[in-house]
Design a protein. Structure first.
Length: 431
C-alpha cells in the first residue's frame, strides 16, 4: 500500500511534468515576442515604445517589459526623445551597435575581402587577402583562418563578442552543410567552409552564394527593401541570378537555381564534346568582354586600349577596357554594347518568364560601367518584353554597389543571431 508520503511525491512529480510544457511554451512565446520587437528595432534607426506596440500588436505592458529586458542585456539603447503628440516626449530606442559583431567575407576570384560589421550592419573595417586559386581550397581555408584570427587579435575582440562569420561565395552552395558545391572560376568542388572554419575560429559560420547574398542585402537595406518579388542579375567573372518570390529566395531542388550564365546562348553544331554550346557567360561576362577586346586588337582594330592579354589579372584587364570606354574608344564601346545586347535578351527572358516587379543589375561590370551598361540593357530589354502596357518591370542598378556581398554575408549572421531558436536557447538572451 502506498504511503501518504509516496502519494505526495507522485502528485508532485505529475504536477511538475504537467508544468514543464507550460514553462516551455511561455519561454517560446517570449522568444517569439522578443524577435518581433527586435525585428522592428532592426528595421528602424530609432523607434518609440508606442510605435513598437503598434507594429508588433503586443500589449503596452509586454513592450515595456521587453524593452527593459533588451536594455539590460545591452542589445538596445536609448537614443534621445521623439516628438510629442501631447504629453511627455517618448523615449526612442535603437540597436546598440557594439553589442555584438559579425565577420563578413566575400571570396572573389583572386581576393577575399574580410570585414568587421557592428550590430547595426555598418562596416567598421575591411582587409583584403589575395590568394591563388590553383593552390587549392585547403590552402585557402588555412590562410583565411589564420588571417581572421590575426584580425581578431589585432582588434582585441574576444570570441564571445563575435556573433558569427558569414561568407559570400562564387558558385552554388549547400547552406545547411556550409559547403561550396562547385566553382568553375576557382576550379574548386565540394569545399567544407563551415566545418573547417567553425573548427578553427570557434564561431558559427554561414555560407551563401554571392548573388543570393547580394539580393539579401538589397532586400534589407537597398533598392528592393519594399519589394516582394524581384530578380537580381549579377554580371561579374560569371553571370548569376536570384529570384525572390513573395519575400523568399527560390533555391531549386538542388540549391542550384539561378545559374543564368550557363543558359545556352547559341547551340554549337553537333560535332561532339570539342564543340560545346555557347552559353551567356561566354558572351557577356567581364572575361568574355576582355577576350572580345583582345580579339579585336589582334585583328588589327584601331584602338587606344591596352591589350588585355598583357594584364596581370582579369580585374586589371577589365579596368583597361572600362578606362578606354570612358575615353570614347570605339572598340571598347562596341564590345560593351554587344554584351549589353546579350544581357538584355536574358533579362527580357526572365521578365517574360517570371513577371517580377523589379530587375536589379549588380556585379563588377555594373558597378564599374554604370549607366553605360545599365542603359543599353534597359533599352534593348524593353524591345523584347511582352505587353509592356499591362506589365511594368523596373530595370535598374542595385544601390549597394561593391558592399552588397559583404552586407549580405553579415546579414546571414545577424538573421541567425536574432532567430527565435537563438533567442530561446542562448543564455545571453535569457530573461
Amino acid at each position: 500500500m502506498a504511503t501518504k508520503a509516496s502519494k505526495t511525491a507522485e502528485t508532485r512529480n505529475v504536477t511538475e511534468h504537467a508544468a514543464a510544457p507550460r514553462r516551455a511554451n511561455r519561454a517560446l512565446m517570449r522568444a517569439m515576442n522578443k524577435k518581433l520587437v527586435l525585428d522592428v528595432v532592426r528595421s528602424c534607426e530609432t523607434v518609440c515604445q508606442a510605435d513598437l506596440a503598434r507594429a508588433t500588436k503586443l500589449s503596452t505592458g509586454t513592450i515595456v517589459s521587453m524593452a527593459r529586458e533588451l536594455r539590460d542585456q545591452g542589445l538596445v539603447a536609448e537614443a534621445g526623445q521623439g516628438q510629442s503628440t501631447g504629453g511627455r516626449k517618448p523615449t526612442l530606442l535603437t540597436l546598440n551597435p557594439s553589442a555584438a559583431f559579425a565577420l563578413a567575407c566575400r571570396v572573389g576570384s583572386e581576393t577575399a575581402t574580410v570585414a568587421l560589421m557592428d550590430l547595426a550592419g555598418h562596416i567598421l573595417q575591411r582587409d583584403d587577402l589575395p590568394f591563388e586559386p590553383r593552390r587549392g581550397p585547403d590552402a585557402f581555408l588555412a590562410d583565411l583562418a589564420t588571417f581572421v584570427t590575426g584580425q581578431l587579435r589585432s582588434l582585441r575582440l574576444a570570441r564571445r563578442r563575435i556573433a558569427g562569420m558569414g561568407l559570400s561565395l562564387h558558385g552554388p552552395v549547400d547552406t545547411e552543410s556550409g559547403r561550396l558545391l562547385l566553382s568553375r572560376h576557382l576550379g574548386w568542388r565540394d569545399v567544407p567552409f563551415k566545418e573547417y572554419l567553425e573548427g578553427k575560429l570557434r564561431v558559427p559560420v554561414h555560407v551563401e552564394a554571392e548573388t543570393r547574398a547580394m539580393a539579401l542585402a538589397e532586400q534589407r537595406r537597398g533598392s528592393a527593401r519594399d519589394v516582394r518579388s524581384f530578380v537580381m542579375v549579377e554580371v561579374d567573372t560569371g553571370i548569376g541570378m536570384v529570384q525572390v518570390l513573395d519575400g523568399g529566395t527560390v533555391r531549386g531542388s538542388h540549391s542550384m537555381a539561378g545559374e543564368l550564365g550557363y543558359t545556352v546562348w547559341w547551340p554549337a553544331a553537333p560535332t561532339g564534346p570539342d564543340r560545346p554550346p555557347v552559353v551567356l557567360e561566354d558572351v557577356a561576362s567581364i572575361g568574355a568582354m576582355c577576350r572580345e577586346a583582345q580579339e579585336g586588337l589582334a585583328a588589327g582594330r584601331t584602338s587606344g586600349m591596352r591589350n588585355p592579354s598583357e594584364a596581370a589579372s582579369l580585374d586589371e584587364a577589365f579596368t583597361w577596357l572600362v578606362d578606354a570606354h570612358r575615353k570614347g574608344d570605339e572598340l571598347a564601346a562596341e564590345v560593351i554594347h554587344r554584351a549589353a545586347h546579350a544581357l538584355a535578351a536574358a533579362v527580357a527572358n526572365l521578365v517574360n518568364l517570371l513577371d517580377p516587379e523589379l530587375v536589379l543589375l549588380a556585379g563588377c561590370a555594373i558597378n564599374r560601367l554604370g549607366e553605360a551598361l545599365t542603359g543599353p540593357i534597359r533599352t534593348y530589354a524593353d524591345q523584347y518584353l511582352l505587353d509592356t502596357e499591362n506589365r511594368t518591370a523596373r530595370i535598374e542598378a542595385a544601390s549597394l554597389g561593391t558592399d552588397a556581398a559583404l552586407i549580405g554575408a553579415g546579414t546571414l549572421v545577424y538573421d541567425r543571431f536574432f532567430s527565435v531558436e537563438n533567442l530561446l536557447n542562448t543564455s545571453a538572451f535569457s530573461s
